[in-house]
Design a protein around this ligand. Structure first.
Ligand SMILES: [Cu+2]
Length: 779
């Protein structure tokens, strides 16, 4: 009865370089300096806009790029040769196995001399995740292997310096053994009650297993819920809960000793199946309806025709050469005054490094650390669920982008590479990059006799990660005003609850179905370096005040003031945005004041809704989600505090591999290297509009980072993409332009009606039903 769910391989190494546009290969130009800074030809001789991709030579090697084939092979070979580790290829739960490998990101302290041209590239290390299953207490342990390439100095040693869990960061796995016999007992016990309740066969159901597995005082308790079958193409299982739950005790490694310890139906707990069966035959027993799959759950076109809807909608086009440059070998990107390196972590997804603006680094590292989805509900599945999505692999679960839908048809695409057990695979079109002329100007002003107006052209880099029921879209947007927006959206199937007694946790959204309230919290790292590494955290509050001014005859005036201060230590730097949004925060450099005496910096602020966990001291996440209990945090950068979380934090929530709270130890934030950890997220209360899928338009969260007293003025004034309309006293109007070339060529029609590429891609990772026997989520 358990559905055979495909788990897909995680662990991604680096980007592979595949670039296409409109389904065609991009013509790469030679990386010559004049094309980087020079003027690009827009028009081909035949009058058709020729879409070309300028290239640029990266200033240095991408030291954050994932493992090469050779490095991966060397590291794997070294591990398998180790007698001490005693690894078995394709081993079972009683063996030692390699379940993942990726680049161990170099320490910032080793990278800075290299970036400054004063040191060699840091040595390369692999980060491997191993399971040790030969004892009664199986565990997962991370290792670092290097330096690579393999040589006499290469060593494999436990990776402990990134963990707050001392001394060895061994994480006990409580659900490593297969539960086939127990499942078969559940099936046979449930057969009768399923007949009584619904007059159906037990084989028509699957079991959803709560995640994470719960261990208390050595006792391992697992709740599972009966889920209806999905009959069509779509993975509707998360919206088919049937309201019958079973609890098992899976303590120890001998599955023959595991047992069923209770059943739950209509919020009544029964100690055994006989108790439930007896109750079900008594008069007055309330039999509840089923959640029956149908068109309401499926992704078909339904509903009445919409006016003009079949006509082609407006589209953006690329009229000629693209206006950004890439080095596909080093995954280096340059757009206007921005440049950065792209890397992909198998666990955490797309990351940007060494983000420079006008030639100076503003951010050393920008990327997601963890994506949580924490549920609650009257039943033990919803109440016990918190997904830690990096465990499923936010990078390795990147899906190919659909040209013309996920990104404009003229986008440039990159493939992403990931590790599939011991094989390196490539996900085509995993990242798209494109410019877009937004639907509003970035600037306009009309005055007597003039209107000045400037186009708002943004450069975006996007990926989509499908983890089970949800597709997460992550977009990094760069703008001409020097700002960067980090945005996340979610679409896909909600995880819903059975309706019985769940009123306080959701709305009734379909027959017998309750939308299950949950919080999404996505933690990002932004390691700012403003005019050097030594920075401070400035706070500016709008505060109400009563003031008496010399010019007002001593009469008090109720007004407001700016209260400027600096956050002194880490302990004061666990911060929620003020409810009225009138507290501002910026990372500034006090030692590099501008000519007006102000400290230049970058401000960060919500650009759409943001969220931290509602639940305080969650009984589920315990210490494993201490990065998600405030809107943002600021810490002093340390090589040992490079990550807010660990993908396996859920294995021991009380004492996780990374307990973020331990980073806060009173250290000064005054002119130190600062890291901002900010949370995006949504408080998701599903309503009928979440069926069949939640939509990206409203499930959205974003933060914007903008220059703050950093430049003498607004840098977008430099663009040619503006005009001024003037009129004289006689009513004669004229338009002043500033050098922007006009489109004189015709557009390749393939941009208007792009071919949708059918890519031979890895399917999305399925996290449900969660199977602890495959902690590496590989099936
Ligand atoms: Cu949601």
């Amino acid at each position: 009865m358990r559905r055979d769910t495909s788990f897909v391989l995680p662990f991604l190494g680096s980007l592979a370089s595949i670039a296409t546009v409109s389904g065609h290969r991009v013509e790469h130009r030679a990386p010559i300096e004049s094309q980087y800074h020079g003027i690009l030809s827009r028009q081909a001789s035949d009058g058709v806009c020729k879409v070309t991709q300028p290239t640029v030579a990266a200033p240095s090697k991408n030291i954050w790029a994932g493992l090469t084939n050779q490095e991966m092979a060397d590291a794997i070979d070294f591990l398998y040769k180790s007698k001490e580790l005693n690894l078995t290829r394709d081993g079972g739960s009683w063996d030692n196995t390699l379940i993942g490998i990726d680049l161990l990101q170099p320490n910032k302290s080793d990278v800075l001399p290299f970036l400054a041209g004063k040191g060699a590239a840091p040595p390369r290390y692999a980060r491997a995740t191993l399971t040790f299953g030969t004892s009664m207490e199986p565990y997962i342990q991370e290792y670092m292997i290097g330096p690579l390439a393999q040589g006499i100095q290469t060593k494999a040693q436990p990776l402990t310096f990134l963990s707050t869990r001392k001394p060895d960061n061994k994480l006990r796995v409580y659900d490593s053994d297969a539960a086939a016999n127990l499942i078969s007992t559940i099936t046979s016990q449930a057969a009768d009650i399923i007949k009584i309740l619904w007059n159906m066969n037990v084989d028509d159901f699957s079991l959803t297993t709560v995640s994470p597995t719960r261990e208390e005082n050595g006792q391992v308790t697992v709740w599972q819920g009966f889920t209806g079958s999905w009959t069509g193409l779509f993975d509707t299982e998360t919206i088919l809960p049937q309201g019958l739950y079973v609890r098992t005790d899976r303590t120890g490694r001998d599955p023959s000793k595991w047992k069923i310890t209770g059943w739950l139906y209509n919020n009544i707990f029964y100690r055994g199946i006989d108790e439930l069966k007896t109750a079900a035959t008594q008069p007055g027993f309330e039999k509840l309806g089923m959640v029956v799959e149908g068109s309401w759950a499926q992704l078909e076109k339904v509903g009445d025709a919409l006016p003009f809807d079949e006509l082609p909608p407006p589209v953006s086009v690329q009229p000629g050469a693209k206006r950004f440059s890439i080095d596909t070998k080093e995954n280096f990107v340059s757009w206007m005054d921005f440049s950065f390196y792209v890397s992909v972590s198998g666990d955490m997804g797309v990351r940007l490094f060494d983000i420079k603006y006008k030639g100076k680094r503003i951010i050393y590292e920008l990327g997601m650390e963890e994506a949580l989805a924490h549920y609650s509900g009257i039943d033990p599945i919803q109440s016990g669920t918190c997904y830690f999505d990096t465990m499923y692999g936010f990078g390795s679960s990147i899906v190919p982008l659909v040209n013309g839908y996920d990104c404009p048809a003229y986008s440039t695409y990159l493939g992403t590479a990931y590790m599939d057990r011991t094989t390196r695979r490539t996900q085509p079109n995993g990242i798209c990059m494109f410019e877009i002329n937004e639907d509003l100007p970035i600037q306009r002003h009309s005055g007597p006799g003039f209107t000045s107006i400037t186009k708002n052209i943004a450069f975006k880099l996007r990926s989509v990660t499908t983890v089970g029921n949800y597709d997460y879209q992550t977009t990094y947007e760069f703008r001409m005003d020097g700002s960067i927006t980090v945005g996340a959206r979610a679409s896909g199937y909600i995880q819903a609850a059975y309706v019985a007694k769940n009123e306080e946790y959701g709305f009734n959204i379909y027959d017998n179905l309750s939308g299950s309230m949950h919080d999404h919290v996505l933690t990002f790292k932004a390691d700012f370096d403003i005019l050097g590494e030594k920075n401070s955290l400035q706070k500016v509050e709008f505060v109400p005040t009563t003031e008496t001014y010399v010019w007002n005859d001593g009469k008090p005036r109720n007004t407001m003031k700016a209260k400027k201060s600096f956050i002194a230590t880490e302990d004061e730097a666990k911060i929620n945005w003020s409810p009225n949004g009138n507290s501002m925060y910026a990372v500034v450099n006090k030692d590099a004041k501008n000519k007006y005496g102000e400290a230049p910096g970058y401000r960060f602020m919500p650009a759409a809704g943001v969220a931290a966990l509602t639940i305080q001291n969650s009984s589920v996440t315990q210490n494993a989600a201490n990065h998600a209990d405030h809107h943002f945090y600021v810490t002093k950068q340390k090589d040992t505090e490079a990550r807010a979380a660990n993908p396996y934090n859920l294995l021991d929530p009380a004492n996780p591999a990374v307990d973020f709270a331990k980073y806060f130890d009173g250290e000064s934030l005054d002119q130190q290297d600062l890291v901002v950890w900010f949370n995006l997220g949504m408080h998701h209360m599903p309503h009928t509009g979440d069926l069949p899928n939640t939509v990206f338009s409203t499930a959205h969260s974003a933060i914007t980072i903008e220059p703050f007293n950093y430049l003498p003025g607004d840098p977008s004034r430099a663009t040619t993409q503006q005009i001024r309309i003037t009129s004289d006293s006689g009513g004669n109007r004229s338009v002043t332009e500033f050098g922007a070339k006009h489109v004189t060529c015709s557009v390749d029609l393939s941009q208007l009606d792009p071919k949708v590429e059918i890519l031979n891609a890895t399917i999305a990772v399925h996290k449900l039903p969660y199977d602890g026997t495959r902690p590496n989520r590989i099936g």
